[in-house]
Write a protein that binds this ligand. Structure first.
Ligand code: IMP
Ligand code: MG
Length: 180
């Protein structure tokens, strides 16, 4: 795979289609085993997770549901700080086995601010599936239950991940060149 240029920045190949596929298949197998008979509800966070969610969902052989939400962050009052709300979560999570699907966990801020709202709905269980995670960037106490890859603290692109809106369509995952 050659280097590519997106929005004027140079990116080099980092994860191939078959590497990505292998990890997603592994996660699918684990979930099939652990959620058999539980009819889990996948809650995929747009935009970035759409490819991962789709590929992971196709690996399931058990009964399962999926819905897609968007997270919006706005400034709350002084005491509440930033508030993250979801758009499009119509399903009730009460007594459901919920698996959040994220493309990448960086600082962990987005998810750790959003999780309490999901827990308020009293799901039977709540787990996180993320394709990518940058452990060195993590600033919040967040456990990822189903993880594809631990990656270095570098900017990544492709397979749903964007740089200023571009690059989501790439089948492979690329890394920004010159960031060491
Ligand atoms: P967090 O709240 O810091 O964990 O940020 C997570 C979100 O930031 C992800 O859902 C992505 O949308 C975005 N993000 C973090 N790292 C990258 C990256 O390397 N490339 C593209 N988007 C990223
Ligand atoms: Mg995202």
């Amino acid at each position: 795979m050659p280097e590519i240029k997106v929005n004027g920045r140079q990116f080099e190949p980092y994860l191939t289609v078959s590497q990505i596929d292998e990890q997603i298949k592994r996660l699918g197998k684990e979930i099939n085993k652990e959620y058999n008979g539980k009819r889990p509800l996948f809650v995929a966070i747009l935009n970035g997770s759409f490819m991962f969610a789709s590929d992971l969902f196709k690996e399931l052989t058990i009964e399962a549901e999926i819905c897609f939400i968007k997270l919006a962050s706005y400034k709350g009052t002084k005491s509440t700080g930033n508030v993250v709300t979801s758009i499009g979560l119509d399903e009730s999570l009460k007594d459901r086995h919920v698996i959040i699907v994220e493309d990448i966990v960086d600082t962990g801020k987005t998810l750790s601010e959003f999780l309490p709202q999901l827990k308020d709905q009293q799901p039977a269980s709540l787990k996180i599936a993320a394709l990518l995670h940058k452990p060195d960037a993590l600033k919040y106490d967040l456990h990822i239950d189903y993880l594809g890859f631990s990656v270095p603290n570098k900017f990544l692109l492709g397979f749903g991940l964007d740089y200023d809106g571009l690059g989501r369509n790439l089948k492979e995952i690329y890394k920004l060149v010159g960031e060491e």
